[in-house]
Design a protein around this ligand. Structure first.
Ligand SMILES: CC(C)(COP(=O)(O)OP(=O)(O)OC[C@H]1O[C@@H](n2cnc3c(N)ncnc32)[C@H](O)[C@@H]1OP(=O)(O)O)[C@@H](O)C(=O)NCCC(=O)NCCS
Length: 61
């Protein structure tokens, strides 16, 4: 992760688990929760957002 400087208040989140054997085990949920919590509580950001395809139910949840 890069060090943030200046007045950055919004970040775009992205994620990808390359190995299918590791899908649907809660890792994606854990990753998002951890990054969102860190972004608001430690970095003091105001908005964290993620773009997903409408057909990607797993990513939307
Ligand atoms: C999207 C991705 C990061 C999600 O991570 P993950 O570890 O597989 O997801 P989780 O195990 O945390 O599951 C997330 C939710 O989706 C649900 N889910 C899993 N498979 C599903 C399916 N086929 N259809 C609908 N929901 C599904 C899970 O039950 C869970 O919901 P819950 O918390 O209510 O039980 C991961 O699957 C991935 O990298 N996929 C390929 C690339 C990709 O799609 N990237 C995202 C681009 S926006």
């Amino acid at each position: 992760m890069k060090t943030l400087t200046g007045s950055i208040e919004t970040v775009k989140l992205g994620g990808f688990i390359g190995e299918k054997d590791f899908w649907d085990k809660g890792y994606g949920t854990d990753y998002v929760k951890t990054v969102v919590k860190y972004s608001f509580k430690v970095l003091g950001l105001h908005r964290v957002w993620l773009r997903v395809f409408s057909f990607n139910k797993r990513a939307i949840k």
